[in-house]
Every structure is written in structure tokens, then in C-alpha cells.
Ligand binder design. Sequence first.
Ligand SMILES: Nc1nc2c(ncn2[C@@H]2O[C@H](COP(=O)(O)OP(=O)(O)OP(=O)(O)O)[C@@H](O)[C@H]2O)c(=O)[nH]1
Ligand SMILES: [Mg+2]
Length: 203
Amino acid sequence: MSGQRVDVKVVMLGKEYVGKTSLVERYVHDRFLVGPYQNTIGAAFVAKVMSVGDRTVTLGIWDTAGSERYEAMSRIYYRGAKAAIVCYDLTDSSSFERAKFWVKELRSLEEGCQIYLCGTKSDLLDEDRRRRRVDFHDVQDYADNIKAQLFETSSKTGQSVDKLFQKVAEDYVSVAAFQVMTEDQGVDLSQKASPYFYSCCHH
Ligand SMILES: Nc1nc2c(ncn2[C@@H]2O[C@H](COP(=O)(O)OP(=O)(O)OP(=O)(O)O)[C@@H](O)[C@H]2O)c(=O)[nH]1
Ligand SMILES: [Mg+2]
């Protein structure tokens, strides 16, 4: 599949205020918005074209609303996702409990979805390490258990943000390459193909 275009559906999940929209903003527009916090309503969609080797990859990113009011809606947005970035705030332990909730959901309902755990706002720890409320090693053990990868990012400084999305794309490209190989061997993968799920998109 050299030179081929690849589309990947990615969903952002996690408690409200953990910084999902800020991560997407940093990755797509390389900026960090200051000013009053604006919660996402429903979900927002943004696409980013990038490359992995000689392949053009379009990440179609669904940024969901973390508020529990929108929980049922988030389920619509993660359907068919190939990757889920499950975010928690490194300074808020309750947000990690909420992340575990989304992981359970994804693992029972979205088998083909690769999970990435993302601890956000690492810049706050650079300022004061005592603000950490989610232990790195505890999450690393948990991540190993659920076969997820773990990143700690800051949308404020940009730390590890590109690295996270680049890894999502690279992992998907290597899985897609494997699927092409097995298709060549006559394996029916039609059930695995899930089209992008476009519906309403508010901000
Ligand atoms: N210091 C710091 N603050 C951040 C960072 N990321 C987000 N924030 C702040 O945290 C607040 C919430 O960020 P959002 O990106 O709107 O959070 P969200 O997860 O999209 O929230 P919902 O849309 O309600 O689910 C905002 O005030 C951001 O400025 C970060 O990396 N560092
Ligand atoms: Mg948001």
C-alpha cells in the first residue's frame, strides 16, 4: 500500500475539563487558547492530514463532550473508531476513574479500537510536582494490563502532543498494511471495514 491514502477515525474521550479540545487545538492548529473554559457541546469534528513514511494519513478526530449529560452521545461518536485517546487530568484523580469507565466501554463494545491513555496538563507538574494526583507507575501497570499505550502531554507547552497523534497514525498504518497482506491471502475483512460515522457536529 505504498503511497496510498489512509483514513483513520479517532475519538477523544474523558471527563469534562480534562483538556480534550485543547489537545486537538494544539495538534491541529498548534495553539493553546487562553480565556474562559468553553465546554464542548455534543462533539466537534476536525480532520488533519499528515504523513507516515510515504503515506498520506487523514486523521478524522471526533472531540466529544466530557459532561455526563452527553454520555449517550459519545457512544455514537466512538462507534467504528480505530483509535481512542482516553484523557485524564494528571492533577485530578477522579478524572482517571472516569477514564477507566471509558476503557471498559470501549473494550466491551469496540473491539477493533486501539486505546491510548493520555494524562494531560503535565506543565502543571513542571510548576509544582506536588500537584500530581495520578501516579505514573499505577497508570503504566493499568495500561500494560489493557494493552494500551500511555502518554503524558501538555497542550500548553505542546509536550508530547505531536508524538501521541503520530503514534496513533503509525500504529494504524502498520495494522492497515497487515490487513492488505491478509486480504491478498483471500481473507474476508469486509466485516472489519467500518465507514466514518458522520452525523451532527456542533461546537
Ligand atoms: N495548564 C494547562 N491547562 C490546560 C491544558 N489543557 C487544557 N487546559 C485547560 O483546562 C480547561 C479545560 O480544557 P478543555 O480542552 O476545554 O477541556 P475538555 O476536555 O475539552 O472539556 P469538555 O469539552 O467539557 O469535555 C481549559 O481551561 C484549558 O485551558 C494543559 O495542557 N495545561
Ligand atoms: Mg471539549
